[in-house]
Design a protein around this ligand. Structure first.
Ligand code: IPD
Ligand code: CA
Ligand code: CA
Length: 262
């Protein structure tokens, strides 16, 4: 039987989320990793807390954490840590952000926890064991057409001058109920798992943005691939997540837009 990774991971995300809540009421110290790529004191403090707890609890496991608090070992188990997903929102006081940690075994997600401290929503998933929001099982939506779908996407915190995703955004906006850009990929994936969004895509996600979220979607009966519809790989940047029913239609739009002359 698989060891219980979920219980300690839940404690850790709750603790880190509570810290983010406390810090969200104070003025933020913002610095830039690159132009447009913000980092706050809260990202660093949340990461320090999470990595310290994970190292204590799972000393042999690897850790890959966004702000550099990684830990190498020869283990096949790796924790992908996003200490604050939605940093730009957090820095502006827009209350859409979360803590996301996912455990992968040889790059296959096996356990994920995401905590949204603003709404006090806890998302959990274990491979083969379903995914849950506050203990209630999640299930993707039954909508079958893009014309009745609500979709979501995001843009990387790098220069967006030649952003291909704006072309996808444009096309999907015309043929669906709309495309949301809420600013937290982990919470976007939870919304697909909950059936709020029929689909989500992004071109440049890091493994810590999605390690937990993809498992939420898979375990809620959804589908995850790359833009061409090929099987999901954690270390590959582009991702398409959906309820499965609109997946082929989404992949078709990507290929049509890519074939357009600009
Ligand atoms: C970002 C958010 C955003 C997504 C970006 C991510 P961060 O993560 O998930 O929604 O569009 O690609 O980098 O920087 O807030 O942890
Ligand atoms: Ca992130
Ligand atoms: Ca982050």
């Amino acid at each position: 039987m698989m060891e219980d990774y979920l219980t300690p991971a839940i404690e850790i995300v709750r603790e880190a989320g509570t810290l983010l809540s406390e810090l969200s009421n104070r003025p933020h110290e913002i610095s830039y990793k690159r132009p447009l790529d913000l980092v706050t004191e809260a990202d660093r403090r949340s990461e320090a807390l999470i990595t310290e707890r994970l190292r204590r609890q799972f000393p042999s496991h690897r850790i890959v954490a966004e702000e550099g608090g990684s830990h190498q070992s020869g283990s096949d188990y790796c924790w992908y840590v996003d200490p604050l997903d939605g940093t730009t929102n957090f820095a502006h006081g827009f209350p859409v952000f979360c803590v996301s940690i996912g455990l992968a075994l040889r790059n296959e997600p096996v356990c994920g926890v995401i905590y949204d401290p603003t709404r006090q929503d806890l998302y959990t998933a274990e491979r083969g064991g379903g995914s849950f929001c506050n203990g209630v099982r999640m299930s993707v939506s039954g909508i079958e057409s893009l014309s009745e779908s609500l979709l979501a996407t995001g843009f990387p915190p790098t220069s967006r001058e030649h952003e291909l995703n704006l072309r996808f955004f444009f096309r999907f906006t015309h043929i669906s109920h709309g495309v949301r850009r809420a600013g937290s990929a982990a919470l976007d994936l939870c919304s697909v798992a909950l059936g709020r969004f029929e689909g989500f895509w992004e071109l440049m996600l890091n493994p810590w943005d999605k390690a937990a979220g993809v498992l939420m979607v898979m375990e809620a009966g959804g589908q995850i691939t790359n833009l061409s519809g090929e099987p999901f790989k954690l270390l590959e940047a582009p991702i398409v997540a959906s309820n499965g029913l609109v997946h082929e239609a989404m992949v078709q739009i990507f290929s049509e837009v890519l074939a357009e002359k600009v």
